[in-house]
Design a protein around this ligand. Structure first.
Ligand code: PLP
Ligand code: TYF
Length: 392
């Protein structure tokens, strides 16, 4: 029976880790999978997380089941950061639950949308491949629109066109900040327009916020999400703490639902809980509990935010250095300075991507997506020289 299964390709980004590991060159550079790295190339556990984990080990008195919604203290402590201090529940219209990472949240969101009658998801292209993979697995049609222009900025005409042609039964997936893979985010003015267009069309927004705080700041990175939430009757937010708390493998995320009316929430959330039970029963506790302990403690919160500031500042510095290189060989690195988060795309040909690996030991996705956090004061000059060499 199982022999009927077809061979599936490995995840290209995860395969790249192995390729990089097996390269013996001491000066090789890993700009592949999306994890933050320090100036020393490390991905350490946050100091605030270490402290919270210690506290958790000392104070946790039970690991008994919590239920499909997970740690609601965690879910609620996060809400002022996501939806704003002023009205984090939007007058009781927002409720959430814990999920295994942002991926778990996306899986629930898309499955729930489908249950509710959504037949098609509008997604900007390129996007994080898992968006398409989840839709394919759930049998939901995807409608793609061009997310970016060749100049490294948003293609607003394509966004307007995609929303204008939307039909009843459509939902639209938007990256809240730090777009993966392009780094190209909507400006505040563009978010204002998009929020209005979505509200006028009456389509369901699903907002994927996987990098809050890694773009321009915790508040700044929530602008678009809050703008959409304020304009529409219903929305779903898929949140990940795996980047902004450095918890990647501990799988920490949340799903939030904005309902048209407060009274509609219990029915909607009962579906989210039922879907969670059928998928993973309950989310893993440890990472979410550590985040809760940070957010409940003023000193730990300050420490976490300072660590996040350092990460953002370092990535901004690397972006500025790339942008300052300007036209390099046959490509222009200038737009990278205005982009956000871990990723940007350099328009390499497939042959140039291969030459970067073979000749220079620089590893990144076949799409030309680089993880800016893989660059350091120590390797950025080499990287720029390699770009100049292979694109000349
Ligand atoms: N959404 C986007 C755009 C991502 O890049 C990622 C990356 O991992 C996720 C969601 C999911 O994150 P998690 O690791 O929490 O599942
Ligand atoms: O795009 C990235 O690099 C991150 C990490 O299957 C990631 O989102 C990559 C591949 C994958 C899961 C996470």
């Amino acid at each position: 029976m199982l022999n009927n299964l077809q061979q599936q390709p490995a995840d290209a980004l995860l395969a790249l880790i192995k390729l990089h590991n097996s390269d013996p060159r001491a000066d090789k550079i890993d700009l592949g999978v999306g994890v933050y790295r320090t100036g020393d190339g490390e991905t350490p556990v946050f100091g605030a997380i270490k402290a919270a984990e210690k506290k958790l080990v000392e104070t946790q008195d039970s690991k008994a089941y919590l239920g499909p919604e997970g740690d609601m203290g965690f879910v609620e402590a996060l809400m002022p950061y996501v939806f704003g201090q002023a009205n984090p529940t939007q007058d009781g219209r927002i409720e959430g639950m814990q999920t295994p990472g942002g991926t778990g949240s996306l899986r629930l969101a898309i499955a729930m949308a489908k249950r509710a009658g959504v037949t098609r998801l509008i997604v900007g292209k390129p996007s994080w491949p898992n968006h398409n993979q989840i839709c394919a697995d759930l049998g939901l049609e995807v409608f793609e629109f061009g997310h970016a222009n060749a100049d490294g900025k948003t293609d607003m005409d394509a966004v307007r066109g995609a929303i204008a042609q939307a039909q009843p039964g459509d939902a639209i997936l938007l990256h809240g900040c730090c777009h993966n893979p392009t780094g190209i985010d909507y400006s505040n003015a563009e978010w204002d327009e998009i929020a209005g267009l979505i509200a006028d069309k009456g389509i369901l927004p699903i907002i994927d916020l996987a990098y809050q705080g890694l773009g321009n700041g915790m508040e700044e990175d929530a602008y678009g999400l809050r703008r959409v939430i304020a304009s529409v009757p219903e929305a779903i937010v898929c949140y990940s703490c795996d980047k902004n708390f450095g918890l990647y493998r501990d799988r920490v995320g949340a799903l939030y639902v904005l309902a048209a009316e407060k009274d509609g929430l219990p029915k909607i959330m009962s579906n989210a809980h039922a879907l969670a039970r059928a998928n993973w029963s309950q989310p893993p506790d440890h990472g979410g509990a550590a985040v809760r302990l940070i957010l409940e403690d003023e000193a730990l919160t300050k420490q976490w935010l300072a660590e996040l500031d350092d990460m953002r500042d370092r990535m901004r510095l690397m972006r500025e250095k790339l942008a300052a290189a300007g036209k390099t060989g046959g490509v222009d690195l200038t737009p990278i300075g205005g982009q956000n988060g871990l990723f940007s795309i350099i328009p390499f040909t497939p042959e140039q991507v291969q030459a970067m690996r073979d000749k220079h030991g620089v590893y990144f996705a076949g799409s030309g997506r680089i993880n800016v956090a893989g660059l350091t004061e120590g390797n950025i000059e080499k990287f720029i020289a390699a770009v100049a060499d292979v694109t000349a």
